[in-house]
Write a protein that binds this ligand. Structure first.
Ligand SMILES: Cc1cc2nc3c(=O)[nH]c(=O)nc-3n(C[C@H](O)[C@H](O)[C@H](O)COP(=O)(O)OP(=O)(O)OC[C@H]3O[C@@H](n4cnc5c(N)ncnc54)[C@H](O)[C@@H]3O)c2cc1C
Ligand code: FES
Ligand code: FES
Length: 1298
């Protein structure tokens, strides 16, 4: 009797059952109610789905433990594996695992969506190695994305763990089940130990395809040989490559991971041999070993160094080198790092045909093969030894440090006679990846170098010019430009020459030969000990952190179990960006089994407008749920298809046929919009004084501009809504930052009363503004589908849909004219600025009024004229994104200050200090911002003063503090010296001050409910804010505990909902935590006051809380309270911050490292220092992404967003953050206007990331000076590697040897 295929998860046997070959492990886990493993990208690029697997190596029976991406590996490949998921570690019932505890203690979880993946990554490291270094920990997290924390606390938590910590955890808790145990489990999952062989089912005929699991090469070849000629088959090892090129339809799947011959490794002095299924991780480990121990292979360490940046750890753990190479064979456009490395190493590849015949190929010969048509299997790879005089170097230039493909990669192998003026002996190997699908080898360049001395400048110049003529880069959508990639081929060749020459090259250029070396990261956090009102101000960790860090206990909407009959929805979206919609043919889609309905605009019973009060911000603009006449952008929803399962919904969507006419060219940029006679909307300018008079009084007048692109929110939980029809309306679970808006929008669309729409949300997996009103794209469409089908409907956007359908931060153009005073000291006389925002196709969420409000920052000037305006484009509606408008205002002003300093040739900080707003200075109030916020709260603005007083400008003191704490003067001198000494590695050090206006409209209500339970005194709180990682519940609990005089652990939270917390405002603009803390504080004060009165009346002496509460209750005292803030209860004020950042730039490639950032943030008397520091760090890193790596681009013809995938859009990852990040909260700075003397922290620190741009400007300025160009230059953001390298004016003629 054959044993059904099964795998072990957390010590329990699971039969695979009725799956298809394409069912991924993550889906299997979810189907089996193991919901702790999250998914975001389904591409191996975010790490949310990481689990730990102990996988037997068929060549020797050794079980190796590693992290893997459960979103990629088919569950059928896991047969016989032992898996540990987050549920296998700790939980609140049995106790937490030490990794979870440590992450909690270090405040390493904010929204918690990435957290299980983080924990499992560290767990995987601890199970795969007996010892590890801090560097190992950093590299282990090279593929786990966190949008909230800025990574620093996660890295520190994990670096603090020792093998002994893990071992001790094991003594109290079983490694595989996570349950308490006596410590007697065997260490079977550790590397190097064997387990008994497991019999595998060799062939499974499933519904739609067959799965083969051969256990010998012969069996594999026989299987191949047995297929009829037209069979569509695929080999599968890690199945990671489908993340790059998608899944085709196959009828036969052959898993190669259990074929011993393909897993063999043989190391000898003659050759190093690796079977085709050997993972990239194992290949690297063995090459490192060989480099150190076997003569002739020292070069292998070069390959390993570069491959460290191939994908990420989990991808390399399961992905094989042969799978990578076969992908290159099948897709010549793939920038394979393996291919480049193998060509550089002169490796030989052996393939075997179904008849057992073998052939040996160079990697390039292999590219000419059609492996599938010939049914050839890549059997093995052989590395030859190379003599000591052979130089091998590989380089990968990439847009972000990890988890991305190369813009250009290069491999060089040269035999050089150092004694003979570094003459190149033999023809060198020069290979490039990332140029075009047919170009690999620079043969003409290699020839040009053969027999020549590398010390000869003319040889170098000749080689560079030959290289330029033979390299012809293509234009991949969303990728780096051909110009940049061509320049890179030259600079990489030059780097190689410099490295070979070493000291024989000039001292100023020699450092250009090496790559940037990022130190192991570190951090420091300091904050004042304000104990007087504890727990307010106590450094507590986020109260939900333990459940977020543990076995998937934290509930997100994605984890709400499906109700019977639930349908899954996929949007049908426009493939035109500016056209008339003619017809939607759903006939074929409705015929797909499982498809139930397609809903379109015609099915909407009420208004086809997904905005309720949000739409009143700028009257006149609407946003349809479904396009009905014209489509305005590529990706606009046209309908929603619902089906009984995800697969059917996906297939059904593909079968919908939409026809269009009157296609017009899309308008995609601000410049294009300004050039067209399209409407541009302006708000009244902020005018102070008279700029004309100011210009007349100025001795210098400068003009300039700065562009800044958009930003995708990249909340790890994508937009999601579940709608259940009930007997009195609809229960809606929506990841919404604004439940009352979502409630009204659904009512409006369905034309039903608000009291039939019951919206709630327990927590969001990140929001950042993306779920303020644009979440209604999903929630209203889901509601229409539930209304039409009368069935529960769930829609969760996949990442690509989220990036295509939903807009992000607005792109901006800032143009300015600024006057500078007579005394040439840089004192501002007049500032005139036009700030133009791109609002997408409908001007519903415009931030330009906030931008002009924030622009003066901490500076004074007698004359301001600030014009906010916005234009429309054929792109998704852009929306609020962390610090909307304010980041533009603050950073564009800093750009102006930089320009002023450059014009005068003086220190930018000195110019800033001369223009600081004096204590008691007045700031103009932008009534427009308050008007907008009032409208969002459903009110029209009453009378307001024109100006706001800033009683103390703290910036001057804060600059002085950071000058000392960050040792600025000495480091500035070091930077200057380093820039003098090095032509190709440049540094910059900036100091940036900030005043961030916290603007609270007079009416901005949040409704809260505090309920004290009479029998045990525990307290339940429900507030109208959204907990999305920013720690609102923690701050609220601290305030409540203080006001009630009870410990925090008596407090718990009930999910926000529109009935307990009706008519609450939006959690955004940093207002949510602040106002909810205030309201809960007020409610608690009232309860406490009634209890105190009762205590006196009842003559209770020193009663316990529990006794007091029960006594009061028994006497008829109301021990619950609801509160909503009235007009003017919460005040506006200024938030201050200063940052000092140092960067190092590789001029030749444009890559850079943020070496150190010091941030001094004014949090008033912080409500919750650890939460606030988390906000500072997370905000700063998100801002760094906005300003450097996160490029947004659209196809100029179709209007399709090109940067809509993990391959083209690059938020910072753990190895991108400041290597040394020091955050301090300002001492002795209670805020008399703030809630409990505090200030908000969620948004302001994001603006301080402009200090990175300022530091990069210095580095670029130095490079330009070396290139003979001085003076101001426009520096648009994001500062991608491409933009930086081009700004440095790198040109072949400047690549000299001295
Ligand atoms: C997030 C992510 C980041 C990545 N980053 C990089 C990067 O920076 N640089 C880079 O070079 N690559 C990168 N990759 C690609 C990665 O290296 C490959 O996906 C992986 O090596 C493929 O191996 P696999 O075992 O998973 O192959 P599979 O996905 O299982 O198979 C891929 C293809 O190879 C064929 N195949 C597999 N084994 C054999 C064999 N023995 N003989 C013949 N054909 C075979 C299969 O039929 C299939 O067509 C990345 C991938 C991901 C998911
Ligand atoms: S969901 Fe698996 S890596 Fe992103
Ligand atoms: S805590 Fe990491 S994504 Fe939110």
């Amino acid at each position: 009797m054959s044993v059904p295929p099964a795998l072990t998860i957390n010590g329990q046997r699971y039969e695979v059952g009725d799956v298809s070959p394409t069912t991924r492990l993550a889906s299997f886990l979810h189907d089996h109610q193991l919901l702790g493993t999250h998914t975001t990208c389904y591409k191996g690029a975010c790490g949310a789905c990481i689990v730990v697997a102990a996988i037997p190596d068929p060549s020797n029976g050794v079980r190796r433990t590693m992290t893997i991406n459960s979103c990629l590996v088919p569950v059928l490949a896991c047969v016989g594996w032992e898996l540990t998921t987050i549920e296998g570690l700790g939980n609140k019932y049995d106790g937490y695992h030490v990794i979870e505890e440590r992450l909690t203690q270090h405040a390493g979880s904010q929204c918690g969506y990435c957290t299980p993946g983080m924990v499992m990554s560290m767990y995987g490291l601890s199970q795969s190695k007996d010892e590890w270094s801090a560097e190992d920990v950093e590299h282990q997290l090279d593929g786990t994305m966190c949008r909230c924390t800025g990574y620093r606390p996660i890295l520190e938590a994990f670096k603090s763990l020792t093998p002994e910590d893990i071992e001790d955890a094991h003594k109290t808790r079983c490694l595989t089940t996570g349950k308490a145990c006596s410590g007697c489990c065997s260490e079977k999952t550790k590397q190097g130990q064997t387990v008994a062989g497991q019999s595998l089912v060799r062939s499974l005929q499933l519904k739609d395809a067959a799965w083969h699991h051969p256990t010998s090469l012969q069996e594999l070849l026989d299987t191949l040989a047995g297929f009829p000629e037209e069979t569509k088959y695929t080999l599968i090892r890690g199945n990671t490559a489908q993340a790059l090129y998608g899944c085709e339809t196959y009828t036969e799947f052959i898993y190669t991971g259990d074929v011993p011959e393909l897993s063999a490794v043989r190391l000898s002095t003659e050759e190093l041999v690796f079977g085709g299924s050997v993972s990239i991780t194992r290949l690297m480990d063995q090459l490192s070993f060989a480099a150190q121990t076997i003569e002739g292979y020292s070069y292998a360490s070069q390959l390993v160094e570069t491959w460290k940046y191939l994908g990420n750890t989990a991808v390399r753990n399961l992905g094989s080198w042969a799978g990578n190479l076969a992908t290159k064979v099948n897709h010549h456009d793939f920038t394979s790092d393996i291919f480049v490395g193998l060509v550089a190493a002169s490796a030989a590849i052996t393939t075997v045909g179904p008849d057992g015949s073998t052939s040996i190929h160079t990697p390039e010969e292999l590219l000419e093969k059609d492996l599938v048509a010939e049914r050839r299997v890549i059997l093995q790879l052989s590395f030859p030894p190379h003599g000591d005089n052979v130089f091998v170097r590989t380089i990968k230039v990439r847009p972000r440090t990890t988890t991305c493909l190369a813009d250009v990669s290069a491999g060089f192998t040269l035999r050089v006679d150092a004694a003979a003026a570094h003459t190149v002996v033999d023809t060198p190997v020069i290979v490039f990846g990332g140029i075009n699908p047919s170009f690999n080898r620079a043969t003409a360049t290699a020839k040009a170098l053969t027999g020549k001395s590398l010390e000869d400048e003319t040889v170098l110049q000749e080689a560079l010019s030959v290289l330029a003529s033979e390299v012809d880069p293509d234009s991949p959508p969303g990728g780096a430009s051909p110009e940049y990639r061509q320049a890179l081929t030259q600079t990489l060749l030059y780097k190689m020459v410099l490295e070979i020459l070493g000291d024989s090259a000039g001292s100023a250029v020699v450092s250009g030969g090496s790559d940037l070396k990022r130190p192991v990261s570190s951090g420091q956090q300091t904050f004042p000990e304000n104990t007087e009102a504890w727990p307010i101000g106590k450094p507590v960790t986020k109260i939900e952190a333990p459940i977020q860090c543990s076995g998937g206990e934290a509930e997100f909407i994605t984890k709400i179990p499906a109700r019977p009959g639930e349908l899954f929805g996929f949007f049908i979206t426009s493939t035109e960006s500016n056209a008339r919609l003619v017809s939607i043919d759903t006939t074929a889609a409705l015929a797909v089994p499982g498809v139930v309905a397609v809903v379109t605009a015609e099915d909407i019973p009420g208004q086809n407008n997904l905005l309720a009060f949000a739409g009143e911000v700028v009257p006149g603009f609407k946003q349809p749920v479904f396009a009905s006449e014209r489509v305005e952008y590529y990706g606009q929803p046209i309908g929603l298809l619902v089906a009984t399962n995800r697969g059917a919904a996906y297939a059904g969507r593909a079968a919908v046929k939409v026809t269009y006419e009157d296609q017009q060219p899309p308008v995609l940029t601000i410049e294009e919009a300004l050039a067209k006679p399209l409407p541009m909307s302006q708000f009244p300018p902020v005018v102070v004084g008279d700029v004309s008079a100011g210009f007349a009084a100025s001795s210098h007048i400068i003009e300039g501009a700065m562009r800044r692109g958009g930003q995708f929110h990249y909340h790890m939980e994508t937009q999601v809504t579940v709608v259940n029809p009930t007997d009195n309306g609809f229960d809606v679970h929506s990841a919404s930052q604004w439940l009352s808006e979502t409630q009204r929008a659904i009512s409006q669309v369905l034309d039903i009363p608000d009291n039939q729409v019951h919206v709630s949300a327990k927590r969001l997996g990140g929001g950042f503004g993306g779920k303020i009103d644009q979440c209604n794209i999903v929630s209203t469409a889901t509601a229409v589908a539930a209304y039409k089908t009368r069935r529960p409907v769930r829609v969760q956007l996949d990442l690509a849909d989220n990036m295509t359908i939903v807009g992000g931060r607005e792109p901006y153009l800032c143009t300015y004219k600024a006057g500078v005073g007579f005394d040439d000291a840089g004192v501002l006389q007049a500032v005139q600025v036009f700030l133009t925002a791109d609002s997408g196709y409908s001007g519903v969420d415009v931030s330009c009024p906030s931008a002009v409000d924030a622009l003066p920052s901490c500076y004074s000037c007698p004359n301001w004229e600030l014009h906010p305006q916005f234009i429309l484009t054929n792109t998704p509606v852009t929306t609020w994104c962390r610090s909307p408008g304010t980041v533009e205002g603050v950073t564009f002003m800093e750009n102006i200050m930089e320009h002023v300093a450059a014009e005068l040739g003086v220190d930018p900080l000195a110019v800033r200090q001369k223009n600081l707003l004096p204590d008691g200075g007045m700031r103009r109030i932008s009534k427009q911002v308050l008007k907008i916020r009032s409208r969002m709260a459903g009110q029209d603005l009453l009378d307001l003063p024109d100006e706001m007083k800033v009683p103390r400008n703290l910036i001057s003191d804060m600059i002085s503090q950071i000058m000392t704490s960050a040792d600025v003067e000495q480091r500035k001198a070091d930077v200057a010296q380093s820039n003098l000494d090095n032509r190709w590695k440049k540094r910059g050090l900036s100091v940036m001050p900030m005043l961030w206006p916290y603007s609270v409209p007079p009416v901005y209500p949040f409704s809260v409910m505090v309920a004290v339970n009479a029998r045990d005194g525990s307290v339940s709180i429900s507030h109208g804010g959204a907990e999305m990682g920013q720690g609102i519940n923690t701050k609220v609990a601290q305030v409540a505990a203080y006001e009630l005089g009870i410990p925090m652990d008596l407090i718990s939270f009930v999910p926000s909902n529109v009935h307990s917390n009706p008519n609450s405002s939006v959690t955004g603009g940093s207002l949510g935590s602040d106002v909810c803390s205030y309201c809960v504080g007020e409610a608690c004060k009232r309860i406490r006051s009634r209890l105190d009165t009762h205590q006196g009346q009842a003559g209770l002496v020193d009663p316990s809380w529990r006794d007091l509460v029960y006594s009061a209750f028994s006497a008829g005292v109301d021990i619950s309270e609801r509160y909503a803030n009235g007009a003017d209860e919460v005040k506006s004020y200024a938030v201050f911050g200063v940052a000092c950042t140092e960067v190092e730039l590789d001029v030749l490639t444009g890559q850079f490292i943020v070496l150190r950032s010091d941030i001094l943030e004014d949090a008033g008397r912080s409500l919750s220092p650890l939460v606030d520091i988390g906000q500072v760090e997370g905000g700063f890193v998100m801002g760094q992404g906005l300003l450097t790596t996160e490029k947004v681009a659209f196809d100029s013809t179709t209007g399709k967003r090109l940067t809509d995938s993990v391959w083209t859009y690059h938020p910072p990852m753990a190895l991108d953050i400041p290597a040394d990040l020091r955050v301090s909260l300002l001492q002795d700075a209670p805020n008399p206007l703030g809630v409990q003397s505090s200030k908000v922290t969620s948004e302001p620190p994001l603006c301080l990331s402009f200090s990175v741009v300022m530091a990069l400007r210095q580095a670029v300025t130095s490079a330009r000076q070396d290139a003979g160009t001085t003076g101001w230059f426009q520096m648009d953001a994001p500062l991608t590697t491409e933009r930086l390298q081009q700004l440095c004016l790198v040109a072949a003629g400047r690549l000299t040897l001295s």
